[in-house]
Design a protein around this ligand. Structure first.
Ligand code: TMP
Length: 211
């Protein structure tokens, strides 16, 4: 919890793991307790960072960013987002629920081949003063997430990458959780949405809300 009372919570996991449903549920529950809460996402969250989102996630047909360029763009967007939106909100005492943050860069651009040292150096510069108090990692076998996306009719981008990529992403997120158990809470993404929100709220109450 920041000095003024807000907490910074990030939600991470592979595509299709249910991050947005969890964030909606947490938002409603925390607001019902009378807290002031904002939700945001990465890449994005500010006008400039949203422009970078379009640039990095939708390169022209037939072209692609190198993993290093992706890492630089993600961090450029994050720097703007942290300085203009996340930190001011925490300083006002708001709670911030963010859909993806710096763990996603370590995981995705790390799996893409960018060296861990370079990724950690960028992360420490960009997030020096603003680190998540708590991170939920939504975990499930990639096959389960793929069928969920197929059922929703949103499988295209997901299917473009081989299942092996998604297995590596899953392992990399679990590795982050193992190395930082004080911040990270792994949740079973195959739980029903209400059960997932309940499990997350329990962790928030245990770890972030003083008795
Ligand atoms: P989303 O659709 O779950 O919001 O994620 C957007 C995509 O951006 C997803 O494929 C993960 C990717 N991503 C990275 O590769 N690196 C990052 O740092 C972030 C924040 C997202």
């Amino acid at each position: 919890m920041s000095a003024s009372g807000g907490s910074f919570i990030t939600v991470e996991g592979g595509e299709g793991c249910g991050k947005s449903t969890l964030i909606k549920g947490l938002l409603a529950a925390l607001q019902a307790e009378g807290r002031s809460v904002i939700t945001t996402r990465e890449p994005g969250g500010t006008p400039l960072a949203e422009s970078v989102r379009t640039l990095v996630l939708s390169p022209p047909e037939g072209d692609a960013w190198t993993p290093l360029a992706e890492a630089l763009l993600m961090n450029a967007a994050r720097s703007d987002h942290v300085e203009k939106k996340i930190r001011p909100a925490l300083e006002r005492g708001d709670w911030v629920l963010c859909d993806r943050f710096s763990d996603s860069t370590l995981v995705y651009q790390g799996v893409g081949g960018v060296s861990r040292d370079i990724l950690l150096a960028m992360q420490s510069e960009v997030t020096a003063r603003t680190r998540p108090d708590m991170t939920f990692i939504l975990d499930a076998p990639p096959e389960a997430m793929l069928s969920r996306r197929t059922a929703r009719g949103t499988s295209d981008a997901f299917e473009r990458r081989p299942i092996e990529f998604h297995r590596k992403v899953r392992e990399a997120f679990l590795d982050i959780a193992r190395n930082d158990p004080g911040r990270c809470v792994v949740l079973n993404a195959e739980l029903a949405p209400e059960a997932l929100v309940d499990a997350a709220l329990k962790a928030v109450r245990e770890r972030l809300v003083p008795a």
